[in-house]
Design a protein around this ligand. Sequence first.
Ligand SMILES: Cc1ncc(COP(=O)(O)O)c(C=O)c1O
Length: 411
Amino acid sequence: MINNDILRQLMNKVDKSFYVYDEEEILKWINILQDKFKEFEILYSVKTNPNKNILDLMSKNNIGADVASPKEVQISNKANINKEKIIYSSPGKRRKDIEDSMDKCIITADSYNELGILNEIGKDRNIKLEVGLRINANYNVFGGKALSSKYGVDEESLLEHKTFIDNLDNIRIIGIHVHLQSQILDYEIIYNYYDYVLKLALYCKEKMNFNLKFINFGGGLGISYGDSYKNLDIDKLSIMSNDLITKYKEKLNTRFIIESGRFLVCKSGTYVTPIIDIKESRGRKYLIVQNGYNGFFKPTISELIVYYTKRKDNIKMMEPLFTSYDSYKISLIKKENEKEDEKEIVTIGGNLCAAVDILANDIVFPKAEINDLVSINNAGSYAYSLTPFLFSSHEKPVEIYFRSISDYLID
Ligand SMILES: Cc1ncc(COP(=O)(O)O)c(C=O)c1O
């Protein structure tokens, strides 16, 4: 387990802001998913954190890749993930994106137009391409009317496009992909959603004549970010979902796939940045760290949302940019191992010439000194990959893949 002493040692080594990902922690979550979802294949959502050492670990543990760009196809390929286990699904693929990737993965079309492009490519190469189709299910996980979406094709539009699809002689639809919501913590909501997707798959088989080789249920497994969160009851979900699959297995005879990002890696990550300066302005104390929003973006988004809404709780999630105001904890690590009992109210900002470059406003914090470190937890997902590093051309954080203090890799 990574502790403050290890973080101090790593800072002494790299001497700049860093992310550290704890392999042991990732393995723990991989084992939970694989143990609990025996009837499913698991894909890692690479957008969550595309660190190559994490990809290698996923690959070694027989986890596939949910990818959203040609570059993500490439890095999954490099990690030796089997072509059949790399599924490329995103809106807005260009013909070039498809051509660069199609031999290295399964492509999931996101629109009827894209099905047409895939068919043209198949025709030009004189092949029949096997592809997936993302469907915007006629279902709302939270109840109520299904929502309009930029992803996939609406379920209700399938039948009226049957002739169009049947006439695409150079493709064959062999899979469906649905993803409606991330970060769900209620096992019944996830179970009911899986049940709906299975019924949709049957509809696709029976009414659309899709010969399905995979059903991709997408992501959604939520995690507890902090004290205000409950835990997803993974035991109940797994028992019910595995039973559900057993019921459909014969009728559908296909691969059942779930995607997961944050569940696998969020908890493994810590962001650490040194305090460079300390100052006061009109009664307010500022800790200036090396990388604020150009190190870890989500805290700054949180501060902006609170600024505009004047609220700190019960604010709607806007994944992946905003989960909740308390979705991470900001802590002080003293440069030496001394304990600090004195507390004060501080604002933590970064080194950018931008007033919004604030990680935390007016928080109660142990008394800090220059060269102490600020750490932020829950930094394994949607952290490094979401952060804009370019503004003011500052040095960006490094990423450390950690096995032990004598065995870690720096990128
Ligand atoms: C299609 C798809 N699948 C899976 C995920 C992963 O979500 P999570 O990190 O909540 O598991 C995402 C995240 O945006 C996604 O867009």
